[in-house]
Design a protein around this ligand. Sequence first.
Ligand code: S3P
Length: 172
Amino acid sequence: MNYKRVVLIGFRGAGKSTLAKLLAEHLGWDYISTDSQVEQKHHETIAEMVRKSGWEKFRQAEHEIINSLKNITAVVIDCGGGIIEDPENIKLLERQSLIVWVDADTHDLNKRIRDDRIERPLLTRKDMSADIRENYQRRRPLYEKYADFRVNSSHSSPEQLCRVIIQKLRDG
Ligand code: S3P
């Protein structure tokens, strides 16, 4: 196996965390969430950080976390949805990594973001539907460009997606 880690990218609500935890369990690798790392390091939730200091502060904090992970192997990295906004993040993440775009149908993205207990601050000053629609459309080509392949959590269970990813790891 040439890959030493799996990096999950994709929009909010796509199901990255569920899949990443399960995958880490199957592989016997560590699970790391960039969002949780930012929150632990700064002793505040992302929502609090964005409220107090703005998105720029969060993006900087996120980048520092990614930089700190650059040499870690045997790990599944669950990335925040906006990781692809900075190409430098991808440069740090792609070493020896299989990068998977976890996608879902727009209907599911909307539903999951609305229903989720995690408070996700809006990315723009628009209403939630417009915020999701516009950012998803803008980011789609970036996820596509940076990922080795795409999976869709609307049509397969996390277990099925794990099997697909593990097969790709073996093939690679
Ligand atoms: C963000 C997604 C969130 C979190 C932050 C910013 C984004 O992560 O990093 O609220 O820019 O889409 P999830 O994708 O895990 O919700």
